[in-house]
Design a protein around this ligand. Structure first.
Ligand SMILES: Nc1nc2c(c(=O)[nH]1)N[C@H]1C(S)=C(S)[C@@H](COP(=O)(O)O)O[C@H]1N2
Ligand SMILES: [Mo]
Length: 317
């Protein structure tokens, strides 16, 4: 892995200091950053190292046992799953370096009244960019805590006016084999496809990300536009988005096509449903050492459990 330029390290330091400052002026921070009732906000107001009632601040573990300390910029940008570039997590950043992010368009269509194609630079100007700290749990059993910048997906969907027949949202990653060496590996049916049920996509926690640690999103993290769905396994958080379609049927994701017995459509984080090849009951927080227990919906149950009332989450895994 390449050495991290000092400019980026400085930026992380400044970002963390700003967090601590905001954490110290609760009322202002609440107004500026918080989402009422969201764990994202709770985390945002407890910067690493800050004194938090009932928490082990040093270890970054809250009273609820959940990790709240942000993963370093170096780890978030140096340990990546982005199979279009490589299946080697530490090789992705190097291979993605210089990946062209302009021109870039995002087409939003399908069962909508107002289909549109946006130039990415216009799209990011349409909505205020928010900062949200989310936990990220990869299906492989590792986790991070990531300070994203972005805007809720529901704002974009509202703009195109989904029709009544639209029940699901399908996301498609860019197809650019000349710049993405992994797309020559035909074990995988490129382009990468992911999907959400429309009500999941409309949930305020579903975030379209444009930045990380207060700066532009690096290519290895899915620039210029990637999804973060923090209550689901990481593979649902599709990167390099060029197309979003409102559809009638559940989209077949790349992972469902490759291994339907291992990867379901829902992929909600669930410590009680093991992957066929490993347990999901605990996770390895990157940069923190040791293992932590994994929690249902990755700790976002209060916000999202209502989406699944009456569903058997073992069958709908
Ligand atoms: N297009 C695309 N999106 C993707 C992936 C991928 O290989 N291709 N990997 C997924 C997986 S498995 C994870 S864990 C996250 C990793 O995001 P990060 O590298 O920003 O942490 O991206 C997800 N989105
Ligand atoms: Mo993942």
């Amino acid at each position: 892995m390449d050495a991290i330029p000092s400019s980026e390290i400085t930026s992380e330091h400044v970002y963390r200091s700003r967090r601590e400052f905001l954490g110290g002026v609760g009322a202002l921070a609440t107004g500026a950053l918080a989402l009422s009732g969201c764990e994202a906000a709770t985390v945002a107001l407890k910067p690493s190292g800050a004194k938090v009632a009932g928490a082990d601040a040093k270890a970054g573990v809250g009273a609820d046992g959940l990790r709240k300390e942000m993963t370093t910029y170096a780890a978030i940008t140096g340990y990546n799953n982005y199979y279009e570039f490589s299946t080697d997590k530490e090789a992705v950043a190097g291979l993605a370096k210089g990946f062209a992010l302009r021109p870039w368009t995002v087409t939003v269509g399908g069962l909508v009244d107002k289909p549109r194609t946006f130039a990415i630079e216009d799209l990011v100007k349409l909505f205020p960019q928010e900062e949200r700290i989310y936990r990220h749990r990869c299906v492989e059993g590792w986790s991070m805590v990531i300070p994203w910048r972005g805007f809720p997906l529901h704002k974009l969907l509202a703009l195109v006016r989904p029709r009544a027949q639209a029940k699901y949202v399908r996301f498609q990653t860019v197809l650019r084999p000349q710049a993405m060496p992994g797309q020559h590996d035909d074990t995988y049916p490129w382009p990468y496809i992911e999907g959400l049920r429309l009500d999941e996509a409309m949930h305020d926690l579903a975030l379209l990300c444009t930045g990380l640690y207060g700066k532009a999103l690096p290519p290895q993290n899915g620039a210029p536009l990637r999804l973060a769905v923090p209550w689901k396994y990481g593979f649902k958080s599709v990167k390099g988005i060029v197309k979003i379609d409102l559809v009638k049927e559940p989209p077949k994701s790349l992972w469902m096509a490759v291994a339907p017995d291992e990867y379901g459509f829902y992929a909600n984080v669930n410590p009680d449903v093991p992957h066929p090849r490993w347990s999901q009951s605990s996770e390895r927080p990157i940069g923190a050492g040791g293992r932590r227990r994994t929690v249902t919906f990755n700790g976002y149950a209060d916000q999202v459990a209502r989406l699944y009332t009456g569903m058997d989450l073992r069958k709908n895994f």
